[in-house]
Design a protein around this ligand. Structure first.
Ligand code: AP5
Ligand code: MG
Length: 188
């Protein structure tokens, strides 16, 4: 099973994927986490930090290279959860092509919907306990803007493929999880 999680910053993509990866026994592929892990003193590491710490999207070619390499691993054979990827229509088209070449396709795209006010509130709260360089009010605003301009069109792309299922992300984490399970249940 291959599921894409799309939602603005703070929508709960990571929270839900961490739980679902255990239940479905398929890997959780978070491009945000993979990019954060490449931050170091090398030229590439500094370039990545420059993008993600300011909330701008990393270049498509770099993200595609990281993702396609990850998909080659044996644990991805029976599927995976994509968290925060694809984030541009170009990435979505390249993913479709890549999966097609492998004789694979996406089963479901989850559209996690949360009010903007709640998103900011969640991320400002998280900033108190976690050390993410992009959880500042200025960068959160930039991330939200970029989500609506560059990532929301990805949902339109997938809607035309008929695989999108909207999830009310304003519910409690347990209720959101149950809604995701229901969406997966409709696939059988
Ligand atoms: P990424 O790491 O993907 O960050 P994001 O999209 O901004 O989303 P977050 O991780 O902040 O939020 P989330 O939806 O995972 O929510 P979470 O579960 O943590 O990307 C970071 C950066 O990397 C990007 O800005 C970009 O620069 C770069 N990047 C990544 N992918 C890329 C790509 N494909 N192409 C180019 N660049 C890319 O929850 C948030 C908080 O809310 C937590 O504290 C949680 O406990 C709480 N919470 C969760 N659910 C609920 C709930 N139902 N009710 C109340 N609180 C909740
Ligand atoms: Mg996340």
């Amino acid at each position: 099973m291959r599921i894409v999680f799309i939602g603005p910053p703070g929508a709960g993509k990571g929270t839900q994927c961490k739980r679902l990866t255990t239940e479905l026994q398929i890997p959780h592929i978070s491009t945000g986490e993979m990019l954060r892990a490449t931050k170091d003193d090398s030229a590439l590491g500094k370039m990545v930090a420059d993008y993600i710490d300011s909330g701008r999207l990393a270049p498509d070619y770099l993200v595609m290279r990281i993702v396609t390499k990850r998909l080659e691993a044996a644990d991805c054979v029976s599927g995976c959860l994509f968290d925060g990827f694809p984030r541009t229509v170009n990435q979505a088209q390249l993913l479709t092509e890549h999966l097609k070449n492998q004789g694979q396709q996406l089963d479901l795209v989850l559209d996690l919907r949360v009010d903007q006010e709640a998103l900011v509130d969640r991320l400002m709260k998280r900033a108190l306990t976690e050390d993410r360089a992009d959880d500042t009010s200025e960068t959160i605003e930039a991330r939200l803007r970029i989500f609506f301009s560059q990532t929301a069109p990805v949902l339109e792309y997938y809607r035309s493929m008929g695989v999108v299922h909207a999830i009310d992300g304003m519910q409690s984490t347990d209720q959101v999880y149950a809604s995701i399970q229901d969406a997966i249940g409709t696939l059988d």
